[in-house]
Write a new protein. Structure first.
Length: 272
């Protein structure tokens, strides 16, 4: 098999770590995602995945996050079978393959042009009404070019914390002002999580930097009229936690109930 040589640094390199976490999960008898495409992609990449320092607990957090966003996205599609799914900073995420949306769904994956090119080489075409946009999510103009004829769910995993606060707020305003209605699904770090970023192996080893911390979901609600937080889940509150190993369940519950740590990372769902 010809392997794809990849040289990435900074935030883009972290997408290899999350890909690896999902691949590890796919090989587990307790798999949450059954992400076979992630495993196939890892096998095709010429990269030392030991750099990711992906421990069992790190992989569990990756998989819990992906599972929660998958579930929320699937629920939105079930309620709105003609929806648009706007998947921001998609990286090498195989969400469109995992969910296999019906052909009535318009799915748009967005990331840097070089990342989209890499996706096209490593991942199969999911078929259906699928398209990609090669751009930085903080660039002006691309959101405003998108059609507004359908309910829209914007999904962004592992993105918000890498944005500067002004860029993150601007992106959310552009989404909520452009589309007539829908949901936003994403994860955030709190201020404590941002301060502790050097203790996160994936971030430290990639020489990446985290910027934006959100402690109160009302910060997001204030960005546009009609934005409402529907769910704000800490790690121990995620439904899939019961399917983890005993040691990882214990770790997640301790983190989720420790006062300084409990809001270091959360999953947010908003209606707009």
């Amino acid at each position: 098999m010809e392997r794809e040589k990849i040289t990435l640094t900074g935030a883009p390199e972290t997408m290899l770590a999350t890909l690896y976490g999902r691949a590890l999960d796919s090989r587990s008898p307790r798999s949450l995602l059954h992400d076979d495409e992630a495993l196939k992609a890892v096998q095709r990449i010429d990269y030392d995945f030991r750099r990711a320092r992906m421990s069992s607990m790190s992989a569990a957090q990756v998989v819990l996050r992906a599972k929660q966003l998958d579930d929320w996205t699937e629920q939105f599609i079930t309620r709105n079978p003609g929806a648009t799914v706007l998947h921001l900073a998609c990286g090498l995420d195989t969400r469109v393959h995992r969910l296999a949306p019906p052909p009535t769904v318009r799915w748009i994956d967005v990331d840097f042009p070089e990342v989209i090119e890499l996706r096209n080489r490593l991942l199969p075409d999911p078929g259906g009404d699928y398209r990609t946009i090669g751009t930085s999510v903080t660039e002006e103009g691309w959101v405003e070019q998108l059609p507004v004829d359908r309910p829209t769910v914007a999904v962004f995993e592992g993105l918000a914390m890498y944005l500067r606060e002004e860029d993150g707020r601007r992106l959310i305003r552009r989404i909520t002002e452009h589309f007539p209605g829908g949901e936003m699904l994403f994860d955030v770090f709190g201020a404590f999580g941002i301060r502790m970023q050097l203790l996160i192996p994936v971030v430290r080893n990639a020489h990446a930097k985290l910027y934006w911390g959100v402690d109160d979901p009302q910060e997001i609600e204030s960005l546009h009229e009609g934005v409402k937080c529907l769910e704000a889940l800490r790690i121990h509150e995620l439904k899939a936690i019961d399917r983890l190993s005993a040691s990882n369940r214990c770790w997640a519950r301790v983190v989720g109930r420790t006062p300084r740590m409990r809001n270091a990372w959360r999953m947010l769902r908003f209606r707009f």
